[in-house]
Design a binder for this molecule. Structure first.
Ligand code: ADP
Ligand code: ADP
Length: 236
């Protein structure tokens, strides 16, 4: 379980990106985060994975606080959180398989080695993740030869191959043809069956209500809604 207590992020210019946010995320939940542009959705996800540092508060992962953890402790905990970006953030000159293997090292760790560096078990795991997202025939294709939708699926496989407890996705459909939204959401949702929690920032409300078990609504850095999609429509 992930427990967020009194999480506040004040940017250096004084903007309150997050204001005293409290939320618990259970294993295997599918959560969509909604809110207007500037509401704090991206700051929330980025703080959860320490791409941004919070100003104060706690982020407990099975009781371990990562909000201010450093060094090896931070790396270990972070390995349990996969992050999917709007713009994929892949190494476009490397193959799909190399990108997924790079995720085994941590997405922030620029992949410089050769496939031979990895144990066969890692390679099998990475191939399994690519198969899971429907890219079994693309292992050795360079990412810049793939379509946008295929690239995002490589990014999803990269997150999955980290064997995470939690996957965070920041507007993962925003750079794609809207027709692909259902494919991406369906894939993310399928990971819940393995007990992985998924938190997706999304600006299309219909997609959020169609897929989420639970919706978090942000406004001006504050968590202003936390409940099932049905409660959202009732409150309108
Ligand atoms: P959303 O993802 O909901 O669009 P963000 O989390 O990006 O919202 O932004 C929340 C607030 O924090 C906004 O007012 C935004 O302008 C501000 N903000 C985001 N990043 C920074 C930054 N690096 N420096 C200062 N303010 C920022
Ligand atoms: P989003 O997709 O979340 O709406 P934005 O376009 O608001 O992203 O922001 C793009 C980048 O600029 C992000 O890295 C964000 O952290 C940063 N940023 C956003 N608002 C501000 C701000 N007011 N001051 C400085 N940086 C900002």
């Amino acid at each position: 379980m992930i427990q967020v207590n009194n999480l506040t992020k004040i940017y250096s210019n004084g903007t309150r990106g997050l204001d005293d946010v409290n939320v618990n995320i259970q294993d295997g939940e599918f959560i969509c985060v909604i809110g207007l542009s500037g509401a704090g959705k991206s700051t929330f996800l980025r703080c959860l994975n320490r791409l941004n540092d919070a100003t104060s508060g706690q982020i407990l992962i099975d009781g371990d606080d990562i909000a201010f953890a450093q060094g090896a402790k931070l790396r270990t905990l972070r390995r349990r959180i996969g992050f999917i970006f709007q713009q994929f953030n892949l190494s476009t000159r490397l193959s799909a398989l190399e990108n997924v293997l790079a995720g085994r090292l941590g997405y922030h760790n620029r992949f410089v080695g050769a496939l031979g560096l990895f144990p066969q078990a890692d390679i099998d795991l990475a191939k399994g993740a690519l198969e899971r997202v429907g890219l079994a025939d693309k292992f050795n294709v360079r990412v810049d030869q793939l379509s946008g939708g295929q690239q995002q699926r490589v990014a999803i496989a990269r997150a999955l191959a980290q064997q995470p407890k939690l996957i965070l996705a920041d507007e993962p459909m925003a750079s794609l043809d809207p027709k692909l939204s259902g494919v991406i959401m369906g894939l993310l949702k399928s990971f819940n069956k393995d007990g992985i929690s998924v938190v997706v920032n999304i600006h299309v409300l219909e997609l959020a209500t169609a897929y989420a078990d639970r919706i978090l609504g942000f406004n001006k850095g504050r968590l202003v809604f936390d409940g099932p999609p049905s409660a959202l429509t009732e409150s309108e």
